[in-house]
Design a protein. Structure first.
Length: 76
């Protein structure tokens, strides 16, 4: 979970998934959802950009224990 104290970040505007496949014949892809549709992206450079964004968002996110504490604080 990314806390509000981080402020604005790239993860606020859409959801995305990066899918990798064991067979190299199948390229990795990024699947992006937005307000009124979705895209499946297979271009290697764009998938790499999505991977870098995911890594950046993961760096902003709280660890498991802090995420759990934040969620518990919201429901109590």
């Amino acid at each position: 979970m990314i806390p509000r104290s981080i402020g604005s970040h790239d993860g606020l505007y859409s959801n995305f998934i990066i899918a990798g496949f064991p067979e190299r014949a199948e390229p990795d892809l990024a699947y992006v959802e937005y307000g009124f549709g979705s895209l499946q992206i297979e271009k290697e450079a764009e998938v790499r950009a999505a991977s870098l964004m995911f890594e950046h968002l993961a760096d902003l996110a709280l660890d498991d224990n802090d995420s759990r504490a934040l969620i518990e604080g919201m429901i109590t």
